[in-house]
Each structure stands twice: as C-alpha cells, then as structure tokens.
Design a protein around this ligand. Structure first.
Ligand SMILES: Cc1cc2nc3c(=O)[nH]c(=O)nc-3n(C[C@H](O)[C@H](O)[C@H](O)COP(=O)(O)O)c2cc1C
Length: 264
C-alpha cells in the first residue's frame, strides 16, 4: 500500500519525476498515486526529501527501510579486487555457516533486482547435514536417469552425468555439492531474475569470507516431476541454479588469466 504523509509532503514533485511508470502526479496540491500502474519499486520513497512516502503491507514492511551514507560505497578498486579474486570454491572445512550469515545471504536475495520488480524468486535453503544428504541422493538418482536417457542424443553430457553418479555410488565422492555445509537452490519463473539473485547472494557470501560455487549440474535433476513433487516446488517456478557454500582453508594468491570479452 502507498502511504503519503500529507503534513510532511511539500508537493515538490521529485517522486513523480523519478517514478519509472508515471504513476505519480501532483494534483489539487497533493500527490496522486495510481496503484494499477505501480510496480512498487520504492523509488518514490527513496528520493522523497521529506520522508513523506511509505510502502507498507501486502508483503512489504515499513520497518525494512534504512538510511545509508552513499559516500561509504566500495571504491572501484575494491570492487575490481573482489571480482578478480573471487574463485569457485569446491573444498570446504567443517566450520558451519552461522544463522546470521545465512540471514544475510537471504537478505541479498530479497534485494536483488527483478524484472518489473516482480520478486518471484524463491530459495531452498539446506544446512542440515541429513537433509543435504537426502537431497544429494535424490539428485544423483535423477541425474543418473537423465544421463541414461541422453546416451543416444548427447553422449558426452550423458557420460559426464553418469561419471558423476558412479563416483558418488562407488567412492562416496560428492561431485554435486562438494560436501558443503550449506546449499541454496534458486527457484524462479525467470532465468535472468534467478541468476541475478544468485549473483547478489554470491557477493554477500564473498564479503562474509565464505566460499561458494554456482551449480547448474543439479538443476535438470531438481526440475524432474519426481523431485518437484517431493520438494513441493510451486508450478510457476523452476530451479534456475544452486549455490554450494561454506568456509574454506585454501588461499588464492593471485587472479587468473581470462580471455578478453569481445566488444561487438
Ligand atoms: C552458471 C554457472 C554454472 C556452474 N555450474 C557448475 C557446476 O555445476 N559444478 C561446478 O563444479 N562448477 C560450476 N560452475 C563453476 C565454473 O566451473 C567456474 O565458474 C569456472 O570454471 C571459472 O572458475 P572461477 O569461478 O573460479 O573463476 C558454474 C559456474 C557458472 C557461472
């Protein structure tokens, strides 16, 4: 719900100018809001110099709004270092990820941008070792079935899937989650929204000093009817990506070489 504090509002029009959908206008000395065009992005309240606008209810919580000092943003050199020194971590130690760390990661998902601000991303969070083990076993089972079904059309992919399954069955090797203490699945109706959500979580994970790897391998298995039903995945969402997360001991001393991005 859009709430305007008439006493605080000075009808400066900043909110109307900022609104990407043109759903605000000044009329009869007050701000008029058209909820049918609103995507609830909150820009209006973020630019209001008098703190006269609020969005509350229907899943939004007015208490969430915080003031930040923009001059404290990370510097370009800090961001560059973070991007270049991030590595996919596949070896985790026994230290569990704390509840506070998990909550911070979930918060990053909440604030990740979504097309039209639809906020259709959902998370599966697993940090109980038994639950992770069950999920892993289920995923390997489905991956094996998918692999067998692909042998004719995509023999290379099939061989890779079946090799991973065989390593798990015969050697107990976890080539899906790498024995991480925390696994997060991102579910969405949009690959783009889901991937951005994962990337935002990734930034926070790194900032917490934890390591992670994005995982596509488990997604076809997670999207099978069997596992969708077992894990109560809503019809309008599919698994876009997983992240496997934990503390790690490795040190990376330098960045790695990469090809230049072609400029089109
Ligand atoms: C979309 C995506 C999916 C990935 N899926 C997997 C995966 O299923 N298993 C895995 O071990 N690594 C996976 N990776 C990690 C890549 O292998 C890794 O990012 C790449 O080798 C470059 O290494 P770096 O992340 O350390 O720079 C994935 C990465 C991305 C971006």
């Amino acid at each position: 719900m859009f709430i305007l504090d008439q006493e605080l509002c000075i009808q400066c029009g900043t909110c109307a100018e900022e609104c990407p959908n043109g759903c605000l206008k000044i009329e009869d000395d007050t701000v008029k809001h058209d909820p049918t065009r609103c995507m609830w992005c909150g820009h209006c309240l973020a630019v209001c110099p008098r703190d006269a606008i609020m969005i509350d209810g229907d899943g939004y919580n007015v208490e969430d709004v915080e003031e930040f000092q923009f001059f404290k943003k990370s510097t370009p050199d800090m961001v560059r270092r973070d991007i270049m020194m991030r590595r996919s971590v596949r070896h985790f130690n026994d230290t569990p990820v704390t509840d506070d760390e998990i909550n911070r990661i979930i918060e990053a998902a909440k604030y990740a941008p979504t097309a039209k601000n639809c906020q259709h991303n959902a998370l599966m969070i697993k940090n109980d070792p038994e639950e992770i083990a069950e999920l892993r076993k289920d995923l390997f089972e489905q991956l094996g079935e998918i692999g067998k079904g692909m042998m004719r059309d995509k023999p290379d992919v099939a061989a890779f899937f079946l090799m991973k399954c065989s390593e798990f069955e015969n050697e107990g090797k976890d080539g899906l989650f790498y024995d991480a203490p925390l696994v997060i699945g991102v579910f969405s109706d949009s690959d783009v929204d889901g991937s951005l959500c994962a990337a935002y979580m990734g930034q926070v994970i790194e900032s917490l000093g934890l390591g992670f790897t994005y995982l596509l391998l488990p997604t076809p298995a997670m999207n099978t009817p069997q596992l969708r039903e077992k894990y109560n995945i809503p019809e309008d969402r599919k698994c876009v990506i997983f992240l496997t997360i934990g503390n790690y001991d490795a040190e990376y001393f330098c960045s790695v070489p990469r090809k230049d991005v072609p400029l089109l």
